[in-house]
Design a protein around this ligand. Sequence first.
Ligand SMILES: O=C(COP(=O)(O)O)[C@@H](O)[C@H](O)[C@H](O)COP(=O)(O)O
Length: 363
Amino acid sequence: MEITLSVLKADIGSVGGHTLPSQRVLSRVQEVVREAVGKLLLDAYVFHIGDDIVLLLSHTHGPRHPEVHGLAWKAFQEGTRVAKEEGLYGAGQDLLKDAFTGNLHGLGPQVAEMRFTERPSEPFVVLAADKTEPGAFNLPLYLAFADPMYSSGLLLSPDLRPGFRFRIMDLAQTERDSYITLDAPERLYDIATLLRDPHRFAVESIWSRRYGEIAAVVSTTRLRNIAGRYVGKDDPVALIRTQKIFPATEELGPPFALAPFVAGDTRGSHHLPLMPVKANTPASTFFCVPMVSGLAFSLKEGRFSEPVDLFADPVWDAVRAKVVEKAQEMRRQGFYGPAMLPMEELEYTGIAERLKELAREFT
Ligand SMILES: O=C(COP(=O)(O)O)[C@@H](O)[C@H](O)[C@H](O)COP(=O)(O)O
């Protein structure tokens, strides 16, 4: 059976700052998508990460389907209406355009979609990040799909041994989307050359070389490129198929324990480690440290099992304690050097404007 999974995420307003959506907003969004299950959709699941609401939808209509995207747009708009009624902060923040134009690409929400023929048993993971950048998954995905130090399946399983194909997007191209396709392991150094810079390049999809099957998709929207100014962060979502011909679920988890420094956190202008957290965690009041949550599901004829939270078992409490130390250490350095982002990545304009003024005082 050919199934499409769509994950769509938007920040449409939150309680007491950029923290988490209210229960009423979440419920309204849930109601709208649930009404479509059994009609347009096979199944739907809604959760949040920080102040972003994530819709996971299954259906048979393929990626970029106008009715599926239209439904998500309606759910986010209905949620925004409630957020405005409640006076929530940043109500409708990620809905950058007034009118729906056929699909959600270019309208603000993050979108990742994949179509595949469902295996007899089809485990997959949905990842959702908050307070960070589209390239935030670069290193974990590289380690899970191309590094046998993390992904022992690359050595142990003949299915994985031929490696994976990486499709990488150049985020600096604003006129039209621009991609490169590179095969691991032969082009490993080229893949690393690009992925080392998550501000500029981001993994868009990964494919099994042996079977030609889609393994992973990541959203690569830059809100700044849509709005032409800072309007919130481009925290990505991703869908990743696991087991058998793909890395195992427990091989996908460990790269996140590394908690690489990524761009984001307070005012989208600093580097802090990407902290793995449970789904439905509010944004951190510690400089809103970048966060990633992961839910694994099994799929049967397009229906979801209940999820298992990737970052809920006791190991992740120990990981989080270390990540907090790493974050505190970096923040101790305040605005200085690599703690704050380079000029071209600063989300707020205050420093650039001030530098222009100061330039006049130089002699
Ligand atoms: O990163 C942040 C919000 O991210 P978000 O839009 O929720 O992805 C915050 O640090 C804000 O930049 C900060 O709270 C200031 O927000 P404003 O007062 O400018 O809205």
